[in-house]
Design a binder for this molecule. Sequence first.
Ligand SMILES: [Zn+2]
Length: 343
Amino acid sequence: MITIYSDAHALHDGKAELHDGKLVSSFEMPRRAELVLARVKEVGLGPVSPPKIFGLDPVRRVHAPDYVAFLETAWDEWVAEHGEHDALPFTWIGPGMRRVVPDHIDGKLGYYSFDAGTPITAGTFRAIRSAADVALTGAELIVRGERAAFALTRPPGHHAHRACYGGYCFFNNAAVAAQALRDAGADRVAVLDIDYHHGNGTQDIFYSRGDVLFVSLHADPVQEYPYYLGFSDETGEGAGEGANANYPLPFGTGFHTWRAALDDALARIAAFRVDALVVSLGVDTYKGDPISRFRLDTADYPLIGAALAGAGLPTLFVMEGGYAVEAIGVNAVGVLQGFADVA
Ligand SMILES: [Zn+2]
């Protein structure tokens, strides 16, 4: 399996996020991707290639042009106002307020975001543009007939909506890739999100579309971030009715229960008759993850990969979360090895 990787991800290196009422060191750090890459090489998963440059047009297929333009200039606007430290929003639009784009960067940050855990840094835009290229390069490999590819994206993407960021995510790499697969001729595509957190951004982007099935296994939003999306009664709307499926699971979920949900999700994907599968690969389901509360173990991840291979679909893996940093390589690559052993 080919891995696509660019060290440009390290240009996004947030210092702090608001967590439990304190500013703490960012959980989402460059070392995450570096350790996944090291594991890819250690086990000999396959060649590692740099991304091709696709530009921003494929990104604008799933993100609003004004949102993309905001991200491009946000750091410079922030520095002009506040100096060269990470940009974090501190206020958001509440019910009864107006959705207007303010001129001031502090107002723009709140307008285009939904949390205070996602710093914008000097290199953020270059990093997220590169991550989109990584995902698009992986999608192109699938179009050319590869059985599978691994887009080692960082920062992650699945929390990024059409026009707002949060949850460490700016561009929705998996959604960009899924759209690219559609644009290259796939009639139907599925995005299966196995990150611990609900893929609220991906759901938002495809919610009213019947050509991209979105299926997510995640911690129940009544208990866990992102709280305001990811419930089981969200089934899509309009042309997208029936093309969205959420599997919220309680704190403490172990592999037996999680695997049963995965099997149900895979049956749903099989029934939808897609041409390709994009997997939002988060491994913060791991029992040692510092911000998550599922109980999956390292030995479970190859079994997940084998189950995914059983779907028999061209499959693009796109890296999402996982914050037990020292275990992220073994767990993420474990999924890929499990897939490759069966495929
Ligand atoms: Zn996550």
